[in-house]
Design a binder for this molecule. Structure first.
Ligand code: ADP
Length: 482
């Protein structure tokens, strides 16, 4: 509305106050141009025709007079309105010619008026040859009626503009201000910790986009908040259970089995196991928080993959011999890779430990090396119960543990998320394929050295957290680089 008022004010000022002056100076300018044109063509044969034309076109009175005031030629287009024609003795004309001569300019012009008839006109005098003068007269009176018409128009324009401004204001407020106010209100509720709100305000495309972005941000924050709650619940549960056990068994030793070496041994074993479980949990939590806060340093070096995998296998000799597991390494040709060897050990151990924990009765586990173009793929396959399609995307999540395994199997639910952080930091592709009842394959790919495709590529800053995550119909979860 203020904008409209401003525009109207400018319009009124110009039309009302300056129009007359503007019109006069424009008219004067036209007359000067016409006079100069005529003066320049004074010698031409068509001079008279030219005078007629000019006078007719501009509705002017044009005449040529000599020193004595005798008219040599006169075209009167103004009829009886010509003030000079009414000046019987030519006094005014002589006066104007005098002023022209005094001025020494090319032209001289003046506004003259007759108060009886309220007529106003501009008279312009210019010299044409020696002793001859060109006098042009033009009325400026029609301007009054023009101004009246313009003012009337301006009045209607003002009304239309006000109405338009009102409509535009309503539309803008509906489509811009209102949704933004709504968004602000919702954001306030959200800030106060209410995650059940939703950013639904709609308006212009930009508002829609803002709404969508806020909605996405809310979803993410809600997810993190849920995860945090779940994590605290899980951690406190898993801390409390071993602590209760430790306390209970310690009391049992104090009150009952203290003197019975066999029983005491048994109870002490439970205490030690539960303490191990506690320290594993705390260690994993520390490791994951360190990794997630970006404090993980990679000590990369080059090594042969076959030797590394064989090394890993030696760790499982005891499990193979004593517990009857069939764990085998199926190698391919040796390849040199560049990675942090200790961290890669950690990933492989985690995969194999999980396979041992979750494999089926046949206890078959395979560590497979597959050389591919530009990289080595390492797979750990078991013949356990597999992972359902719904749970597959969650296995790499922090603190996710399959329900049915809780507490039967020693685990913290953090192993795979530690692997994920390590592999993400290396920028290696990794994933899992699983079929329920058949088994699972956890895999990752290390680029080989010297190959173009994966030549020591560092992740771009903005890509770091962006992990492509896909699950296809074969129950395959694929994360990270390809
Ligand atoms: P945990 O300490 O419980 O093993 P992980 O992060 O290593 O934690 O694994 C998370 C969950 O993923 C496990 O609790 C289990 O449900 C599932 N999982 C991991 N590996 C396998 C596997 N080889 N077979 C079936 N389920 C698995």
């Amino acid at each position: 509305m203020i904008f409209t008022i401003l525009i109207l004010a400018i319009l009124w000022v110009f039309q009302y106050f300056f129009l007359q002056n503007y019109y006069r100076s424009a008219k004067q300018r036209d007359m000067t141009v016409a006079a100069k044109h005529l003066a320049a063509n004074a010698d031409s044969e068509d001079f008279k025709t030219l005078i007629n034309e000019t006078a007719f076109k501009n509705a002017m009175n044009v005449k040529i007079v000599d020193d004595m005031g005798n008219e040599l030629y006169n075209v009167n287009n103004m009829g009886s309105f010509s003030l000079l024609a009414q000046d019987k003795f030519g006094t005014k004309q002589f006066e104007l010619i005098g002023k022209y001569n005094e001025s020494g300019e090319d032209t001289y012009s003046e506004i003259i008026s007759n108060s009886d008839f309220k007529v106003k006109e501009i008279v312009l005098v210019s010299g044409v040859g020696k002793g001859y003068y060109l006098i042009i007269e033009a009325s400026i009176e029609p301007l009054d009626s023009t101004t009246r018409i313009i003012r009337e128009q301006l009045f209607y324009i003002s009304i239309i503009l006000f109405e338009l401004a009102f409509i535009v204001t309503i539309i803008i407020s509906r489509r811009l201000s209102k949704p933004i106010t709504e968004l602000t209100e919702t954001a306030k509720q959200f800030g106060a910790g209410d995650y059940d709100i939703s950013f639904t305000a709609k308006g212009y495309a930009e508002v829609d986009e803002l709404s969508n972005v806020l909605e996405d941000a809310k979803d993410e924050i809600k997810k993190v908040s849920d995860l945090r709650k779940e994590l605290i619940a899980n951690v406190s549960h898993d801390l409390r259970t071993p602590l209760t056990m430790v306390k209970a068994y310690a009391e049992m030793i104090r009150d009952l089995s203290g003197d019975n070496p066999v029983k005491r041994e048994e109870h002490l074993k439970v205490i030690i196991d539960e303490s191990d479980r506690l320290s594993n949990l705390v260690n994993d939590l520390l490791a994951i928080s360190r990794m997630e806060s970006g404090n993980m340093e990679l000590n990369k070096s080059e090594f042969g993959i076959v030797e590394k995998l064989e090394d890993c296998m030696t760790r499982y000799k005891l499990v193979i011999e004593q517990e009857g597991y069939d764990i085998q390494y199926i190698p391919d040709e040796d390849r040199t890779v560049c990675a942090d060897p200790e961290k890669i050990d950690q990933v492989i151990y985690n995969f194999i430990n999980n396979a041992i924990n979750y494999t089926g009765e046949q206890k078959v586990i395979r560590l497979v090396q597959k050389n591919k173009h530009g990289c080595v793929r390492i797979e750990v396959t078991d013949n356990g119960q597999g992972i359902s399609k719904e749970l597959l995307p969650k296995v790499f999540d922090r603190y996710y543990r399959g329900e049915k395994y809780k507490r039967d199997v020693v685990g913290t639910g953090l192993g795979l998320s530690i692997c994920k952080e390590i592999l993400k930091k290396h920028d290696f592709a990794f994933g899992v394929t699983s079929t329920e009842g058949v088994g699972s394959t956890f895999w990752f790919e290390i680029p080989t050295i010297g190959e173009k495709k994966h030549s020591k590529r560092q992740p771009k800053e903005k890509d770091k957290d962006k992990q492509p995550e896909q699950i296809d119909n074969n129950n395959t979860l694929q994360l990270g680089e390809q």
